[in-house]
Design a protein around this ligand. Sequence first.
Ligand code: PRP
Length: 211
Amino acid sequence: MLTVALPKGRLGDNVYALFRTHGYDCAAMESDDRRLVFADEGGRVRYLLVKPSDVAIYVEHGAADVGVVGKDVLLEGGNDVYELLDLGFGACAMCVAAPVGFREDLGAPLRVATKYPAIAKRHYAELSREIEIIKLNGSIELAPILGLSDVIVDIVETGATLRQNHLEVIETILPVSARLIANKAAMRFKADAMQALLTALGTPDAKGEKA
Ligand code: PRP
C-alpha cells in the first residue's frame, strides 16, 4: 500500500479528484468528518491529510511515500525528495510586488516582507541586491501598505489581492504549480506501486484528458 500525503484545502481537493478519476477512489474522503487518514476502496492507497507546508516533510521522512505540494513550498523547504510530475493545476506565480508607483532606493537595503525567505534570499542574491527580510506568515500585502516593508515576495494567482490593496507585480520570479513528489527510499522499495500510480496519473481518463 502507498501512503499519499495530501495538502488540506482546495489543492488537496483537486488532487483527490485527480486520483479518484484515475482509479484511486475513496468515498470516505468525501464525508465531512475530522478523520486525517483514509484508505481507498481498492486498498492500494492510504491518504493522509496534512498542512500544505508539511507535505514534503512527511515525504522526506518516509511517513508518506508520495505527496502533492506546490512548487513554492518545495523550493522554500528544500526537502530531499524526488519531484516526479508537474500536475499542472494550482498554477500561479511567485512575484515581487510593490505599491503602485513604487520607486526603489538603490542606496539602501530593500526591505522584503514574505512567507518565503529562502526563495526571496536566493532571488536577490542572484541580483547581488542587499535586502532585509521581514518574515510574515500571512496577509503579506499589509506590510508595504503600513511601511513595514518596501516590497513583498508572494504568490499571485488572480492578482485580486494585489489590486484590492493598491499593489502591483514588479517582477515575476518563477511559475508555480502542484508537483507529485516521492520519498527516495520508497521509489526503490515500492517501485511497482509507484510505477502503477505514475502510469495511472499519466493515462487519459474517461474523458480522454491527460492528467
Ligand atoms: C495567497 C497569497 C496572496 C493571495 C494571492 O494568500 O499569499 O495573498 O493568496 O491570490 P490572488 O492573486 O488570487 O489574490 P492566502 O489566501 O494563502 O492567505 P494568506 O494571506 O494567509 O497567506
